[in-house]
Write a protein that binds this ligand. Structure first.
Ligand SMILES: Cc1ncc(COP(=O)(O)O)c(C=O)c1O
Length: 393
């Protein structure tokens, strides 16, 4: 099997699996005062320290969650519910992940106003437009992707955070797709922002970097005003009540340390594979077009997102799948019905184009073999998939 969907989820690192098993075998609730509880507490707090080091934040700022979706929900709902008097707007760039889009939609039903801003043709948030929208009256909070999970375009997170700080608006960054793949430091991005404003929250997920699914974290600045989603025992600064998953935290912290330690070398390795894949596909399918930033350093190292004109994504994915390759259309697929990618449409592309894309994402276990496998079948798959679309009309 050739797995080219590492952005959806990536292989569990063997070290993280071992760490999980080792810690999960010990009894003890990290909130209990007896010896067993205190041993669990020690492992938990060491894991928090190690994850904080990997994220460039203070240990107290790490709130462990169940993954990216929970982190984004805690950030957006929490910030909105603690918003400054008279402010109801949420600054929402186009092309965000559904965890963000749907949370903002739910808040809109509670009275939030949505201040939408567009992307440029490669899928990047325009910093000037972001800053101008922040200056509009009544913006309670802003959110943005560090890197787009579909087309892989990297945003200028530092500039976005600086404009939020200058406007005294709290900003959440969704770093789920970026963490472990790009250099990232919460403290550096936050800079000297005023209390409760600028970058105040940042979401990450464990299963994108080789930790078990069900692990994640929200970095919450000490001065952030944020209401909890879960009420109960008051764990984690009262921001996320509930008995803590010590084994998950330990496995996540270890996977994060490994990913961050390998990040520079791994990015170089993946860029070479990714560029070979994209160039090879375009040689074999001359009408295919690389979407996102054509500058290799402006996109996530393992991301090759291509438009295959006239070929429905589902047909291509099906043909690749039966040839033993897993990729994705990069769009939400509910009840088996693929929706046209809202991200591709945000680049100014048509709905038909947004239904004719494939996202190949490479990761730790990817090799030249995977690239060769795609290149061996892509021309034939494209011919058959585009034929199927013509027959289908
Ligand atoms: C950018 C981004 N944000 C949020 C999420 C949601 O994360 P999770 O699947 O861990 O809930 C994802 C997952 O694909 C993502 O890519």
């Amino acid at each position: 099997m050739h797995y080219l969907d590492h952005a959806a989820t990536t292989d569990l690192r063997p070290e993280a699996a071992d760490e999980w098993l080792r810690v999960a075998g010990a009894t003890g609730n990290a909130s209990s005062t007896h010896g067993a509880g205190q041993r669990a507490r020690r492992i938990l707090e060491e894991s928090r320290e190690r994850l904080a080091a990997a994220l460039g934040c203070e240990p107290i700022e790490v709130v462990f969650t169940s993954g990216g979706t929970e982190s984004v929900n805690l950030a957006l709902q929490g910030l909105w519910r603690s918003r400054a008097e008279g402010r109801t707007g949420i600054l929402l760039p186009d092309g965000e992940h559904h965890a963000t889009l749907d949370t903002v939609a739910a808040l809109a039903a509670e009275g939030a106003g949505v201040v939408a801003i567009g992307l440029d043709a490669v899928g990047r948030i325009l910093v000037d437009a972001f800053a101008a929208a922040l200056a509009a009256e009544g913006v309670a909070l802003a959110t943005a992707l560090v890197a787009n999970n579909e087309v892989g375009t990297i945003n200028d997170a530092a500039a976005l955070a600086a404009s939020a700080a200058a406007a005294s608006v709290p900003l959440h960054l969704d770093a789920v797709a970026a963490f472990g793949h790009l250099p990232l430091s919460f403290a550096a991005l936050r800079g000297e922002a005023p209390a409760g404003a600028g970058l105040v929250a940042l979401s990450v997920a464990g299963h994108k970097i080789g930790a078990p699914a069900g692990t994640g974290a929200l970095v919450v600045a000490r001065t952030a005003r944020i209401a909890p989603l879960l009420h109960g025992g008051g764990q984690q600064r009262g921001l996320r009540s509930g008995t803590q998953d010590v084994a998950g935290a330990a496995a996540f912290a270890l996977a994060a340390e490994l990913a961050v330690g390998e990040q520079v070398a791994e990015a170089m390795r993946l860029r070479r594979l990714r560029d070979r894949l994209a160039a090879g596909i375009r040689e074999r399918v001359p009408s295919a077009e690389l979407l996102g930033d054509p500058d290799p350093s402006g996109r996530l190292p393992g991301n090759a997102h291509l438009l295959f004109p006239g070929a429905p994504s589902e047909s291509l994915l099906f043909l690749l799948d039966i040839a033993g390759m897993s990729a994705s259309a990069g769009s939400a697929c509910q009840a088996g019905i693929a929706e046209p990618s809202h991200v591709v449409q945000a680049l100014g592309r048509t709905e038909t184009e947004a239904r004719s894309v494939i996202r190949f994402t490479l990761g730790r276990t990817s090799s030249d073999d995977d690239v060769d496998a795609v290149l061996a079948v892509i021309a034939d798959a494209y011919a058959r998939a585009s034929g199927s679309s013509i027959r289908g009309r």
